[in-house]
Ligand binder design. Sequence first.
Ligand code: SF4
Length: 238
Amino acid sequence: MGDRFRLHPLARAWLDAEDLDRMPAVAATGSSWDAFVVDKMCLDGVVDVGGVMVDRALFAQRWACVPDRCAPRPGRGRWRSCCADAVVGLTAAEKERLARHGAAVERIGGCRVQLDASGAFVAQVEDRCAFARIDGAGAIRCALRRVAADLHLDRSLLQPIACRVFPLVLFALGPETVVVTVLNRRNHRRLGACAPTRYPCLADATLPLLCEAMAADLDWLFGAGFAAALRRRARRSR
Ligand code: SF4
């Protein structure tokens, strides 16, 4: 019997949280998604990779974080950025973790933990997420990554899970099963997200395959070896 993979407990708690006003691009909900998954399954569009239901669209998707191309600035043109143009919903647990490390976020990251007026989303400041910084080279960077690294914390104890999984989309099919797909031209409207052609990280055919570029996060999400299992399955599907 091959490897079995399970969603990381932090990600499972995030996906199951009832208080999350979801960032539409990453956590799918609702009956239209049930229909999407059933359609996919009937058309053999979803395959089982060690207990995780994977949309075949993931196999061919190209992706890499290219923060020098999407930062808000004159001349950015049509490009959009997850850190500037998507609003990030937080669970109560995520808010509590951010509040607990608020002093370190200020000291190391140079920004305050700020929520929007509803208290459900990370605040937007100067047309971008309150934790987004533009570095000396004009690239947009997440201050929370640096804070987590300095504190030797699992990144997801500070950075919202929604940010870590972008551009993946997770869908809970019952208490045990997770379907994972990727923001693409067939589902972006259903997600209420910009078309993938607006994100430079998704629109460039010369970028590496997502299952290679995102291997560390895929392994964090589903357990060590998941990214390799995905690549093997992708090769068999060609
Ligand atoms: S929390 Fe970090 S990764 Fe998430 S949108 Fe803000 S800057 Fe980007």
